[in-house]
Design a protein around this ligand. Structure first.
Ligand SMILES: NC(=O)c1ccc[n+]([C@@H]2O[C@H](COP(=O)([O-])OP(=O)(O)OC[C@H]3O[C@@H](n4cnc5c(N)ncnc54)[C@H](OP(=O)(O)O)[C@@H]3O)[C@@H](O)[C@H]2O)c1
Length: 244
């Protein structure tokens, strides 16, 4: 059955690959991001299946207004995100604030705007995109890891609060995916996959009922294992592996 799906961060990378895949599978998809051009390109690629709704997820009022125009949704994939390094030698509150505004508050603004109608209809699926970088603090990524750890906790709490409400919550934790976001990285990215492979993993995961979808499997499992390590092992191991 055709679903109505909203994807933030839908103009590029993982969000765009997912939009293409869902549209090809017969869903009606609305894609959002700040820049209209990449959104319009997707609309042109998938005529009659994809609509564009430009917005900035950091703008709470703008998100409220945009969600009012969306109408009833079956699923919202909150994938808008950004990454900038925040190494201790050049640690700036401004950069961390930006990452928190987009990666965490962007999700919060969308959830706030979406939940009342979903709760009233007792129907809807919130898909929050965090990262395996939120499992533990990673070098040079204090701002990014902190923002994504917060999204993981947010999703877990919402999952508990919304049990039996008819509103489903899924957490997506990607490892490295080849997108404009990671093309800025100047370090080797183990087990990196294409955005199409990421979208396929998400579609497969969303068909099941697991709370978390983490991929690629081997790298995600390794990152999960890091959570179990005592600090006395974790810190020296990460310094050795990353050279930081
Ligand atoms: N690539 C990876 O390895 C990886 C790994 C783990 C998690 N993730 C997460 O996956 C999500 C998608 O990232 P990606 O890799 O596909 O990167 P991407 O291609 O850079 O996509 C991010 C999208 O978010 C949009 N965006 C950024 N700031 C926004 C804002 N303030 N308001 C609305 N939209 C905004 C961007 O569009 P505009 O610039 O036009 O706004 C862009 O289309 C992010 O949440 C990212 O943190 C990625």
């Amino acid at each position: 059955m055709s679903r109505r799906v909203w994807i933030t961060g839908g103009g590029s990378g993982i969000g765009a690959a997912l939009a293409r895949r869902l549209a090809a599978d017969g869903d009606r998809v609305v894609v959002s991001g700040r820049r209209p051009a990449p959104l319009q390109q997707l609309v042109a690629e998938c005529p009659g299946r994809v609509e564009a709704l430009p917005l900035d997820v950091a703008d709470r009022d703008g998100v409220q207004r945009a969600v009012e125009t969306l109408g009833p949704l079956d699923m919202a994939v909150l994938a808008a995100g950004d990454h900038h390094p925040t190494p201790a030698g050049d640690f700036r509150a401004e950069t961390v604030r930006h990452l928190v505004e987009v990666n965490l508050m962007g999700v919060v603004h969308c959830v706030e705007a979406l939940l009342p109608a979903m709760l009233e209809r007792r129907h809807g699926h919130l898909v929050l995109v965090a990262s395996v970088a939120g499992y533990r603090g990673l070098p040079t990524a204090a701002g990014y890891s902190a923002s994504k750890a917060a999204v993981i906790a947010l999703a877990e709490s919402l999952r508990l609060d919304l049990a039996d409400s008819g509103v489903r919550v899924t957490l997506v934790n990607p490892g490295f995916v080849d997108t404009p976001l990671t093309r800025r990285n100047n370090f080797p990215m183990p087990d990196i996959i294409t955005a199409q492979a990421a979208a396929a993993a998400m579609v497969k995961g969303l068909e099941g009922d697991a709370f978390e979808i983490a991929f690629p499997r081997r790298f995600a499992c390794l990152m999960k294992l890091l959570r179990l390590l005592p600090d006395s092992v974790y810190f020296p191991l990460i310094r050795k592996v990353t050279g930081c």
